[in-house]
Design a protein around this ligand. Structure first.
Ligand code: FMN
Length: 138
């Protein structure tokens, strides 16, 4: 079975989780590829039997362009898909919305995870050399 971990990551959190998943699943699955949406045409996902799709939460939803990318995925006949997102505090209806979109395309939802990570929206307020992730106060 060919499995693809397909992700978008703005600042690395989702990529970290995607790489972790690939590493942990590599033993049992053997054929598991890791690709970002920036380097993968949507139609290329047709080569895989199972998709694991990951994205960050921006303003309570998947990034707009990530949603546009998902709309370009090929229509399939009952292909399994696992979805995960990374977020700081609140994921809204993102997983449900992504699953609805994918189900309309013929994908079968197999499960999901919401992973808590540091909030990348706070990065502009932190010292460049911060090791603790504390908010910078002048
Ligand atoms: C513009 C922007 C908006 C965000 N909005 C939310 C949000 O609504 N809820 C939340 O829990 N986290 C929010 N975050 C935090 C990210 O979801 C979180 O840090 C995520 O792990 C970032 O993943 P990435 O590094 O792969 O982009 C936001 C981050 C950014 C940059």
């Amino acid at each position: 079975m060919k499995v693809l971990v397909l992700y978008f990551s703005g600042t690395g959190n989702t990529e970290y989780v995607a790489k972790y998943l690939q590493k942990r699943l590599l033993g049992p699955l053997r054929q598991i590829e890791l690709r970002s949406t920036e380097n993968t045409l949507p139609e290329k996902t047709a080569e895989f039997d199972l998709l694991i799709i990951g994205f960050p939460i921006y303003a309570g939803a998947p990034p707009e362009f990530f949603g546009q990318y998902l709309k370009l995925l090929p229509t399939v006949n009952q292909k399994g898909v696992f979805v995960f997102c990374t977020r700081a505090m609140f994921a809204g209806h993102a997983i449900k919305d992504v699953y609805e979109l994918l189900e309309h395309k013929g994908y079968i939802p197999l499960g999901h995870r919401i992973v808590a990570m540091p909030g990348s929206d706070g990065l502009p307020f932190m010292r460049k050399n911060s090791t603790r992730g504390k908010i910078f106060k002048a």
